[in-house]
Each structure stands twice: as C-alpha cells, then as structure tokens.
Design a protein around this ligand. Structure first.
Ligand SMILES: Nc1ncnc2c1ncn2[C@@H]1O[C@H](COP(=O)(O)OP(=O)(O)OP(=O)(O)O)[C@@H](O)[C@H]1O
Ligand SMILES: [Mg+2]
Length: 224
C-alpha cells in the first residue's frame, strides 16, 4: 500500500472584491500518493493555478482542509508552513518567477541556500541538474538573457533541486517546442521514479497523459 502525500477535503477558494465573489475553487476533494503523477486539465480560468497555489500553501483557503503528511495546513504558523514548503515541496509557477538579478545557477541553488546548505555544495547540485536539463552553456545567464523555454527549464530545475517529495507544476511545457517538451516530460517521469515523489501538473498539453496515472479536469472551480 502506498503512502498518502496530500489530501484535499472540500477545498474552496473565493476571491472577492466589493461587488463580486469569484468561486475559483469549489469543494475539491482528492488524495495523492507517493509515485502518483496527476494531471489537471481545464479551460483557462477554470481554477487550476489557484488550486495548485492552495496545495502548496501559497494561498490561504476559504474553507475545507488540506492534510499534508501528518500536518493540517490550517494549524501551521506562517513560518512552519514555509519550512515545510522549503524542505518538501517544489513549485513551478505558470510565469516562472525567476529572480531577475540572479544567474541560472544562482536561481537554481537558491532553495538549497534557504535550507542552510553551503554555497559550494548548492552550486554543484544546481550545476548538475541544469546540465541534465541541457543548460550547461547557460549557467551564468540571467533570466533576461535566456529564451522562454530556457527560463522554463531553469524554473523546473529550481523546483527539483532540493529533492522534494511533492511537486506542483503549472503549465511546465507552455513555452517549449515539441522536442524539449517531450524531454521535460521524460525528466519529470524519471524524477518521480527516482524519488517516489508525487507530482501534480496543470497543463493544456494532452501529451502528459502518457506519463500520468490519473487525469482530472477542472470546470468552473470543481474537479471532475
Ligand atoms: N488574486 C485573484 N483575485 C481575484 N480573482 C482571481 C485571482 N486569481 C485568480 N482569480 C480568478 O479565479 C479564476 C481561476 O483563475 P486561475 O488562474 O486559477 O485559472 P487557470 O485555470 O489557472 O487559468 P489558465 O489556464 O488561464 O492559467 C479566474 O476567474 C480568475 O480570474
Ligand atoms: Mg493558470
């Protein structure tokens, strides 16, 4: 029997301004286990990014519950949640969010430095993963000196460098050509096989079905 990584129970997220309430995520419940790769499809605006942010503890939930290993997100302080994220969770944002003043290698080693590793070890690990992603000639480039696809690969490298057991990826192949997208899919599958991590991938790319063991679709905030 495999181990549960995260469980969402009736997860709901509302955004409100003075006039409207937008129900971005409605009553979402599911569990994901070690070595699962779950794909979330769904039209633009259906709530995929919002759901991933909730699951990573990057947004507060309006109602419902998230159990991550033995913790309830709602019982954790800001600092405790941040510590769990730093050591257990990898996140690839839809729009990368790389640090503009930092080179590819410094962006990638950043999570390791936050976890207290020394700079030489962190750089060595960052270099190894960037090389795996075909970026050995781009280590010292800053984000504005990289192509969109290269930036995306740096963002994925940064999300995996600390060997997280739970990885959330928001449109990880959005900017990639077919061949590079295929390579990224293979790398994500290999990462899962090596680390037994659970991966959740929000995407419009149907080719992800080939590496996943279950697929869901979001429709107006609900997972169906
Ligand atoms: N911070 C926010 N404030 C108000 N509304 C928001 C906020 N973030 C998202 N929304 C709204 O919530 C809904 C879901 O947005 P979300 O970004 O999760 O969709 P998505 O499925 O990721 O779309 P896409 O495929 O375009 O990335 C949308 O109607 C969006 O306008
Ligand atoms: Mg999105």
């Amino acid at each position: 029997m495999s181990n549960k990584v995260i469980e969402a129970i009736n997860l709901t997220k509302n955004f409100s301004d003075n006039l409207n309430v937008i129900k971005a995520v409605r009553n979402v419940s599911f569990s994901i286990f070690e070595s699962d790769i779950m794909i979330i499809f769904g039209r633009s605006g259906s709530g995929k990014s919002t759901l991933l942010h909730l699951l990573a503890g990057l947004e507060t939930i309006s109602s419902g519950k998230i159990e991550f290993k033995n913790h309830n997100f709602e019982d954790l302080s800001f600092d405790e949640l941040a510590a769990i994220r730093r050591s257990n969770i990898g996140f690839v944002y839809q729009f990368h969010h790389l640090l503009p003043e930092f080179s590819a290698i410094d962006n990638t080693s950043f999570p390791l430095l936050l976890n207290g590793e020394n700079k030489a070890d962190a750089n060595e690990k960052a270099k190894i993963i960037l090389e795996k992603f075909g970026l050995e000639k781009r280590l010292l480039h800053k984000p504005n000196q990289l192509s969109g696809g290269e930036r995306q690969r740096v963002a994925i490298a940064r999300a995996l460098v600390h060997d997280p057991k739970f990885v959330l990826l928001d449109e990880p192949t959005g900017d990639l050509d077919r061949e590079t997208a295929e390579e990224v899919r293979t790398m994500l599958k290999d990462y899962m096989l090596d680390s037994k991590a659970a991966l959740i991938i929000a995407t419009h790319d149907r080719n992800f079905e080939s590496i996943s063991n279950f697929q869901m679709t979001m429709d107006s905030g609900a997972l169906v």
